[in-house]
Design a binder for this molecule. Structure first.
Ligand code: GLN
Length: 491
């Protein structure tokens, strides 16, 4: 832990240090804030010093009062966290890394964030992302890219690049991101941390700035699977203010990390479509080693087919851009969005819109135009509706596969983190990078990335685990056993 006096890996370890008085929540918060201010990674867009210190002081008095960490009520007491800047917090700037929202201050707090706060977490600040979460490298931020935490000439992955890089670089203990087509799992894989996308509807989207509403899902980043599980447990549970929130109680996935999976009953699906050309050799070797490890534990490896995988990227880039064009229509400079200088002199309403909407960056504009086209009369049948039909086929592939297997395992991305600027002039190559992560969003499945190796240059590789909807426990228990049992090394 380069910036801090005491190396902690898990929330439990931090709590033990609080209890033995080796460290106090205020000291820990101050260390993280200082590290965040010194950092050159570009991970934070806003720091909430006052709020964080106030929360840390409250945590400190609770520990004094109880003489220990009251974990039952405050499982995250004093844990410093970063929040992706597309989740709103009352009184704090939420930019979505866009000029359009540069000065936007929300009047309420996202449900997921308020649940973390209620559990005792300290919110250090807001983390950088691709503008409106559109991108896979964090190069689309209007406020500059995030750099890879160990290889600064490379990207951290996106769109939750700030969330992944800040956990790896110890600029926060854990963080929140959002995943519409892979934006948690891809940067988790590139940066070498754990990133979890829950089942669609598991965590409330209230207060998550909408990109593509049928795909967006909030999830945690942490150094370990057990911490990611704990964060997910705290955030899960029905929210009556989000109509897509699953009407179920809180998860208790953390508990499943306390028992070993019953290996002889675990069937692991290996999709043939995920092991075709284009996989970097180091990625392929790491995934294969990981699969062998599962087999050695007693799990059965089952070759499966997800035949519609080849259409996933096309379907996603029709559905996501269509939903985005509709969701982003609200930023017109009247109710939402900035009014740029000169808009008072607009000739007419169209001229006014033109001026305010010019604040969007090139990728966001491209998607709004594509989405508007895909939804326009005369074309919506051929594009949007067709894409929705093919989406059903992709869901069907998974439904069928999960009658035969309990988990599906494969790569998160075809390669490790690429160089800054390497793909930014070619959106199509960038889109193709999402091939393995997008299907879980289209089908609403829970999925996670857990470190499983590194390439010749020491760049991390993530293992991708997917489960049937609502089967987070299965995912967590297998990933936790893997994290603790598999020997990480260069391949
Ligand atoms: N890279 C994908 C995109 O650009 C996914 C983004 C996300 O999950 N937010 O749309």
């Amino acid at each position: 832990m380069p910036n801090h006096s005491i190396p902690f890996r898990t929330i439990q370890e931090v709590h033990s240090a609080f209890e033995s008085q080796k460290l106090s929540p205020v000291e820990l918060t101050q260390e993280y804030l200082a590290a965040a201010k010194k950092s050159q990674l570009g991970a934070y867009l806003t720091l909430c010093d006052d709020l964080a210190l106030q929360q840390a002081r409250a945590a400190e008095s609770l520990i004094q009062k109880f003489g220990r960490v009251p974990r039952e009520e405050y499982p995250l007491l004093g844990i410093p966290m970063g929040i992706k800047d597309n989740l709103v917090m009352d009184g704090v700037r939420t930019t979505c890394a866009s000029k359009m929202l540069e000065n936007y201050v929300a009047p309420y707090t996202a449900t997921c964030v308020s649940r973390l706060e209620k559990a005792g977490a300290v919110t250090l600040g807001k983390l950088n992302l691709d503008e409106f979460a559109m991108g896979g490298s964090n190069e689309n931020s209007a406020f500059g890219p995030v750099r890879h935490p160990t290889h600064p000439d490379r990207v951290p992955g996106g769109s939750s690049g700030g969330s992944a890089a800040s956990v790896k670089a110890d600029l926060c203990f854990a963080s929140l991101g959002s995943d519409t087509g892979g934006s948690i799992r891809l940067p988790a894989s590139y940066c070498g941390v754990v990133g979890l996308k829950p089942t669609y509807g598991r965590i409330s989207r209230l207060g998550l700035v909408a990109f593509a509403s049928s795909l967006d899902q909030v999830g945690p980043f942490a150094k370990t699977v057990e911490d990611a599980a704990l964060l997910m447990d705290v955030m899960s549970g029905h929210d009556p203010q989000d109509s897509t929130s699953i009407p179920q109680g809180r998860l208790n996935s953390f508990a499943t990390t306390r028992t070993a999976p019953s290996w002889s009953q675990l069937r692991v699906g290996v999709p043939k479509e995920y092991f075709v050309g284009g996989l970097a050799p180091a990625v392929e070797r790491s995934i294969q080693n990981s699969l062998n490890w599962f087999q050695k534990q007693g799990a059965e490896l089952v070759p499966i087919s997800l035949p519609h995988t080849q259409y996933a990227v096309s379907v996603y880039y029709v559905v996501a851009v269509s939903e985005a064009s509709s969701n982003l229509a609200r930023y017109d400079g009247i109710r939402f969005g900035m009014r740029p200088a000169g808009s008072e002199q607009a000739k007419d309403l169209n001229d006014f819109y033109r001026k305010s909407r010019s604040l969007f960056g090139p990728e966001v504009k491209r998607r709004i135009i594509l989405g508007t086209f895909a939804l326009s009369s005369g074309y919506s049948e051929a594009y949007f509706h067709r894409a929705c039909q093919v989406r059903r086929k992709i869901v069907g592939d998974f439904t069928e596969a999960f009658t035969k297997v309990d988990l599906i395992i494969g790569p998160v991305a075809p390669t490790t983190a690429f160089k800054l600027g390497e793909k930014s002039s070619d959106p199509l190559t960038m889109y193709l990078n999402d091939i393995f992560t997008i299907p879980a969003n289209l089908a609403g499945l829970p999925a996670l990335s857990v470190p499983c190796g590194a390439d010749e240059e020491g760049l991390p590789i993530g293992l991708h685990l997917m489960a049937a909807p609502f089967q987070e426990d299965r995912l967590i228990s297998a990933a936790h056993a893997f994290q603790n049992g598999f020997e990480l090394g260069k391949v």
